[in-house]
Design a protein around this ligand. Structure first.
Ligand SMILES: CC[C@H](C)[C@H](NC(=O)C[C@H](O)[C@H](CC1CCCCC1)NC(=O)CCNC(=O)[C@H](Cc1ccccc1)NC(=O)N1CCC(N)CC1)C(=O)NCc1cnc(C)nc1N
Length: 329
């Protein structure tokens, strides 16, 4: 039985969290975005056109004695922000921290959209969603977590994302030193392949929790906290000078004073997003106005508890009990 831990680094404004993995024999090191909102492990590769690679590390299956082409298999994925990628598939050894999966499906990119080409720090994605939404055809493949979980002490992983500091992903154990107080547990709805759950309500600042159920997903691959429009309006109605700025594509407000906290319920517990985490990033060089970390989920069909929500907590993604655990830290 094993457990594992790996450090993840926050990029500027915590826009994404990048984590080292190694693929093949001898090991090829890449840095990828662990994404609980998708279920493909895909990487930049030597099969791409040179013009689409700008600084990223690439996987070369021909340089790995353990790679084996999954004949006839292809993949194609599109993400919520409209970015996309596609390619073919190899089985190869993948190591994360001290955990190794010998025959992991590694999806080698042949094409990536400009958003990926223009993000030099990110060599690919490692999906930690449910394998039911893996895009490989004709036979969908398992995620790294699904392949490794039989070797883990217990089939779960935890996230400890931080504001502008390295965080960690742990596999197979709950580190008691990583959180304070009790863990609030809530059932997971994985029918859409996501880590879905329903929050019973929310509060702005110090007011009492309002009963308003919020159904959403815990998604490390989404930067912001995307909530129903009515809740977003209620929040920003209590932020001085807040307004919807269509040119920015969301609510903006003066960077000072610090806006009120946002609280959401998890079962009979609560998670507090401190006001200074709602200050997502300045939109002007004078740092006068800030883009909000809480925005509307309009058009998505569910809310997304992205990094702005996750980095306030220690979160347990428990596939055994099909439950999410949230704790303060
Ligand atoms: C199997 C597909 C899989 C399930 C897919 N899952 C997702 O899209 C969620 C997933 O977590 C992806 C993972 C991203 C993809 C881009 C690269 C970084 C990771 N999340 C999103 O797309 C959420 C929206 N995007 C984001 O949150 C990106 C993430 C990002 C970070 C750094 C660099 C580039 C992008 N960041 C931002 O939008 N912001 C950061 C910058 C700030 N100025 C604005 C906010 C899906 O739902 N696809 C269906 C789908 C298709 N087409 C559309 C239009 N929408 C869709 N939902």
């Amino acid at each position: 039985r094993q457990t594992g831990t790996v450090e993840t680094d926050a990029e500027k404004h915590d826009v994404e969290y990048l984590t080292p993995i190694s693929i093949g024999t001898p090991p090829q090191d890449l840095i990828v975005d662990f994404d609980t909102g998708s279920s493909d492990l895909w990487v930049f590769s030597t099969e791409m056109a040179a013009k689409d690679i700008k600084g990223q590390a690439v996987y070369d299956p021909n340089n790995s004695s353990t790679s084996e082409k999954l004949q006839g298999s292809t993949w194609q994925i599109t993400y919520g922000d409209g970015s996309s990628s596609s390619g073919d598939v190899y089985l190869d050894t993948v190591t994360i921290g001290n955990l190794t999966v010998p025959n992991q499906a590694v999806e080698a990119a042949k094409k990536v959209s400009d958003e990926f080409t223009d993000d030099p720090n990110n060599d690919g994605l490692l999906g930690l969603g449910f394998s039911s939404i893996n895009t490989v055809q004709p036979t969908p493949q398992n995620t790294f977590f699904d392949n490794v979980k039989k070797n883990l002490d217990t089939p779960l992983f935890t996230t400890d994302l931080k504001h502008g500091a390295p965080g960690s992903y742990n596999f197979g154990y709950i580190d008691p030193a990583a959180y304070i107080g009790n863990i609030s547990w809530t059932p997971v709805d994985n029918s859409q392949g996501f880590w879905g759950f329903t929050s019973p309500g929310y509060a702005v600042g110090t007011e009492t929790l309002r009963n308003h159920s919020i159904s959403g997903i815990a998604d490390t691959g989404t930067t912001l906290l995307l909530l129903p429009k009515s809740i977003v309006k209620a929040y920003y109605s209590e932020v001085q000078g807040a307004q919807y700025d269509s040119s920015q594509g969301g609510y903006v407000f003066p960077c000072s004073p610090t806006p009120p906290d946002f609280v959401f319920g998890v079962n009979n517990g609560i998670v507090t997003v401190p006001g200074d985490m709602v200050l997502y990033a300045p939109i002007d060089s004078a740092n006068q106005n800030c883009f909000g970390g809480i925005q509307s989920d309009t058009g998505i069909g569910f809310s997304i508890f992205g990094d702005v929500a996750l980095k306030t907590s220690f979160v347990v993604f428990d596939a055994g009990g099909l439950q999410l655990g949230w704790a303060a830290k």
